[in-house]
Structure formats: C-alpha cells, structure tokens
Design a protein around this ligand. Structure first.
Ligand code: SAM
Length: 327
C-alpha cells in the first residue's frame, strides 16, 4: 500500500493506479480473469506522440506474494457483490447491505434504523444497487456486466472529480468499456470528506435511498483522516476506518456497532483466503506461482482485513448464516 502524504489529494488519487497495476499483474498471470484492467492501467500512460491515444505500458509483474494478495482482495469483493446482487431483492436472501427503512428523503435526516414489516417489504421490492466509494480504476462493474450480472438498481462509482472525469473520458473513448457502460453505470464526482456534497451527488446520480445497497470501500478509507472516515461512517452508515485508532478486528467491529450498524464482522485477509473463498479457486491460484515466504505471506494477510457490516434484521439474519462472517 502506497504511503501518502496526508493532505496530498494528488498522491491519494495516484493510489488508484497502483491498485489497478497490482491487480493487472495478478490477472495477467491467470489469478483471475479481467480483460479491462489493461486499458484502465495503460490509459494512465503518457500519450503516444502524434496520437490522442495513451500508451499501453508492458504489464509490470509483481512478486507472487502481492499477486496472491490481490487475488484474495479481488475475489472476496467480487464474491460479496455477486452474492448481494444475486440474492436481492427478488431473492430476498441478501447479504451485507445498508437498509434505509425510515423513509426519509435525505440520508442526513435518518433517525432510526429499526424497520417496520411494511418498510422491509418495500425495501426488498426495490432493485439492489452498488455504491463503490473511492472506486479509482477498479473494473468490477465491467467484469460483472461482461458476465451479464448487473446490479439492476445501478452501479455508482464515487471518486475525486479528477479521477471520475478521467474515468468517464476513458470509458467514452474505449469501445470495450463503453459497450458495457449502460444507464446503470454512474460515475459520481465527489470528495468523500464532504459528506453533504457526497449525498447530494449520489442523489443527483439517481441513488435510491430506500433500496438495498452494498457499499464498497476497498482500500480507500485508510487514506482518509480517521475523523473524516468516522464522519462518513456516522452519516452514511458507511465503512472502514483509518488504520491507527482501530488496530484490531474487534475494534473494527466495535466501531461499526457504535455507529449504528446492527452487525459487524471483521476477519483478516488470511481467513478470507483460507476460509471465505472458494477452496477450488484458492487451490488453483496457489499453484500459479511458487510462494516460499509463507511467514511473510501470513503476516501481511493478517495485517489487512475485510469488514462486513449490515443493517436491518433481515440482512443480519442472513449474514449469520455465513459461518465465516458470523463468528
Ligand atoms: C487505493 S485506491 C483504491 C481504488 C479501488 N477501490 C480499488 O481497490 O481498486 C484509493 C482510491 O480512493 C480514492 N479516494 C481516497 N480518498 C478520497 C476522497 N476523500 N474522496 C474521493 N475519493 C477518494 C482515491 O482517489 C483512489 O481512487
């Protein structure tokens, strides 16, 4: 993970390229399929002289330990989103999501997280949506669309205006991306530290405040000051705090619960790799490259975690059916 100078928005934005390049290294070796990363990474290169096109630099191959870590990271995010999309709302066995059952028009007006039966039913009747906070150069939307698995309520990618503009321009001029970017795909330009503006931008983009929603914040809030990520968590019911004040899995869970989430489960990424992911996939990925540094691998994977928090009795009950996430 890139160390960034606090307060330097440009350095933080540059982490989007690091993340995509890391994922591309793993994808190029066959850890997972992704035919979109190359263009997302390559387009960040310098323009080819005399053309408007960007260069496609050779794939930067990263060490096995990083590739395997990216496999775990990409696979668990995809798994959770797929489960969420695939199980709600017409399949009401939804996984982690944020429920707005109070009927308020504006998120900041939310006062009570408990839902009546009718508001639960109304909620489940709505289409599920994905809100990816700090989406950067992530390609998950395109991978899902490629397989015909759309979030029928919309897929909203939030990032700094500079990153959103860049991505919008790239999508518009790149056929393999524009062919998949239908009306469900929205790029939302907003600073996650300005929560009022963020909420307004999401509403303008068409977010349905009453629909089942999964928020993703993949390696994002760690780049924010804890006070800013804390405010986001409180106001939006969102996730993942900055690193320092929440050093343990238990403290991560506590933070969500104290912020009004009905359940929160934090597991480290080693557990994700060993217990949450499909064992056959893990066996396949483990054979791609020899990894000798087992101790280092375990140390690194212990250092990162996945937090899954939920609101609403229905969601909490369903999550408790997942033996890994309900311990
Ligand atoms: C390490 S990258 C991760 C990108 C993506 N989630 C992924 O995993 O590929 C962090 C992203 O968060 C975005 N980000 C960080 N702080 C932000 C803020 N205050 N407002 C909007 N975006 C922010 C950065 O611009 C960058 O795209």
């Amino acid at each position: 993970m890139r160390r960034v100078q606090v307060g330097s928005d440009e350095s933080v934005q540059a982490t989007a390229s690091d993340a995509a390049a890391g994922k591309l290294s793993a994808a190029s070796l066959g850890y997972f399929e992704d035919r979109f990363l190359e263009v997302l990474v390559g387009a960040a290169g310098a323009p080819v002289p005399g053309t408007a096109e960007a260069t496609t630099p050779p794939v930067r191959r990263l060490p096995p330990i990083i590739n395997r870590g990216n496999f775990a990271r990409v696979s668990c995010m995809e798994k959770l989103v797929l489960e969420f999309i695939g199980t709600s709302p017409s399949h009401p066995s939804s996984v982690p999501h944020h429920v707005r059952g109070d009927g308020d028009e504006h998120p900041s007006h939310k006062t009570d997280c408990k839902e009546s039966q009718s508001s639960i039913e109304e909620h489940l009747a709505r289409k599920p949506q994905v809100i990816s906070l700090g989406a950067g150069k992530d390609s998950l939307f395109f991978r899902l669309m490629d397989r015909g698995t759309a979030a029928s309520g919309g897929y909203f990618e939030v990032d700094f205006p500079a990153v959103s503009r860049w991505k919008g321009g790239l999508v518009a001029k790149t056929p393999i991306l524009s062919a998949l970017a239908n009306d469900l795909y929205k790029l939302v330009a907003a600073d996650l530290r300005d929560i009022t503006a963020l909420e307004d931008a999401l509403i303008i983009a068409g977010v349905d405040l009453a629909a089942p929603t999964i928020f993703l914040a993949e390696c994002v809030l760690v780049y924010m000051e804890p006070a800013d990520s804390g405010a986001l968590l409180q106001r939006m019911g969102c996730l993942l705090p900055g690193l320092e004040p929440y050093p343990s899995l238990l403290s991560q869970e506590e933070r969500f619960k104290k912020s009004g989430w009905d359940s929160a489960n934090a597991i480290d990424m080693l557990q994700v790799f060993q217990e949450l992911l499909d064992p056959a996939e893990v066996r396949r990925a483990s054979k791609i490259e020899i990894l000798d540094e087992i101790e280092e691998w375990e140390l690194i994977m212990h250092h990162y975690c996945l937090v899954v928090a939920a609101k609403g009795e229905d969601t909490v009950a369903r999550l408790s059916g997942n033996p890994v996430l309900s311990r």
